[in-house]
Design a protein around this ligand. Structure first.
Ligand code: PLP
Length: 390
């Protein structure tokens, strides 16, 4: 039976593939440490769990408004308005709540990209952007960034990649897989170039914005630039900051009414809206105080310190201390390609990591430190052992 060309051309998510392999080995009795998945290992905060339970008991079981429940849309707008550095005035009407940030990104791409339009994606990048662009029949323009620049796109690289066919640029900060955070001067440098190309949309994926460690004093949001508001799409969600990956709540924000209306139309014909119970839980997360976020950031900060200390002891492992998210992205070319190293790490050392090839950077591997400190120690000792005896 036929599988459409559209779906045949997309690849499976490698981080999910590695996580599934690790799980299968664990089920078979192998003691595997999985550093492959990008999700907090903590429990969802208690007040959020309670809100979900109450939503069930209060019969939040009917259809709701396509762009999301008003209280959650307002909570998202309030959240963004309160972010350090934000200069745009957001309202509930600018927000569409989706099934995870993933769906918000997919819908944004569908809404702005025509067949043949070019979409600039700095590499390495999160696995799904390119596949989503392909699904819109867009042309991915991957721009290779450099280790020396912490894999951040430079204004010069951006200028070289822009053409009259460019419709969209996708930027992710804090970054998955590199953990890098664009500084405000770096963001300004990119925005200065983009000001010369007024027809290009800017999709800013800020899903890790609450997980910033070394430069937490400076604002890092693209909503620091009022003059690009009409073509700015901010993406965020509760998955990473509130340990709510399974609730599947994310959102897009835009001041461009035509774009918001297009995304709403698409969502209305696609899956209507995300689960009502999950929306109530997300509302509780955003309005329920920031203590749980601070606590989680503290835990990740100390894991980050630990993994960096242990990685620094492995001679030949080249990496930057990540400023945000929960990934270390070392270059392993001293030993082989990312694919080779990831494969041997899983099969021989029983540590699941994701090859940088999945993110467009084949000389690296991605280690997620969203696991306990004991597991980090165990994994890093196994990695050191394998690499030292390569
Ligand atoms: N964007 C980036 C950079 C991510 O790493 C992820 C998840 O791993 C997402 C978006 C999707 O997040 P969500 O779970 O809200 O769909």
């Amino acid at each position: 039976m036929q599988i459409s060309d559209r779906i045949s051309k997309i690849e499976a998510s490698q981080s999910l593939v590695m996580a599934a392999r690790a799980k299968a080995m664990k089920t078979a009795g192998v003691d595997v440490v999985s550093m492959s998945l990008g999700e907090p290992d903590m429990d969802t905060p208690k007040h959020v769990q309670r809100a979900a339970q109450e939503a069930v008991e209060n019969h939040f079981s009917h259809y709701g408004p396509v762009p999301g429940i008003p209280a959650l849309r307002q909570a998202v707008a309030d959240y963004q308005n309160a972010l350090k550095g934000n200069v745009i005035s957001w309202s509930a009407d600018d927000v569409i709540v989706s099934t995870g940030a993933k769906m918000a990104i997919y819908n944004s791409i569908q809404a702005v990209v025509n067949p043949g339009d070019e979409v600039i994606i700095p590499m390495p990048s999160w696995v799904s952007y390119s596949e989503m662009v392909k699904l819109a029949d867009g042309v991915v323009v991957p721009v290779e960034t450099n280790f020396e620049d912490r894999y951040c796109l430079t204004p010069e690289q951006l200028r070289e990649a822009l053409t009259p066919k460019t419709r969209l640029i996708i930027l992710c900060s804090p970054n998955n897989p590199t953990g890098s955070v664009y500084s405000m001067p770096e963001l300004e440098g990119l925005v200065n170039v983009l000001r010369e190309f007024p027809d290009v949309y800017i999709l800013a994926d800020e899903v890790y914005n609450e997980l910033v460690y070394s430069c937490s004093d400076s604002p890092i949001t693209f909503s620091s630039f009022a003059d690009i508001a009409e073509r700015l799409i901010i993406i965020n969600g509760v998955s990473k900051a509130y340990a709510m990956t399974g609730y599947r709540i994310g959102w897009l924000m835009s001041k461009n009414k035509a774009f918001v209306s297009a995304c709403s139309r698409l969502q209305g014909q696609q899956y209507t809206h995300p689960t009502m119970v999950a929306q109530k839980a997300a509302e509780a997360a955003l309005t329920g105080g920031r203590e749980c976020v601070e606590q989680m950031r503290g835990i990740f900060a100390s894991r980050r310190k630990l993994i960096c200390q242990l990685a620094a002891q492995i001679l030949g492992l080249k990496f930057h201390e990540p400023d945000g998210a929960f990934y270390l992205f070392p270059d392993v070319s001293t030993w082989g390609t990312g694919n080779e190293v990831a494969e041997r790490l899983l099969e021989e050392a029983h540590v699941a990591v994701v090859s940088g090839a999945a993110f467009g950077c084949p000389s690296c591997i991605r280690l997620s430190y969203a696991i306990s400190e004991n597991e980090i120690r165990k994994a890093m000792s196994r990695i050191a052992n394998l690499l030292n005896n390569w």
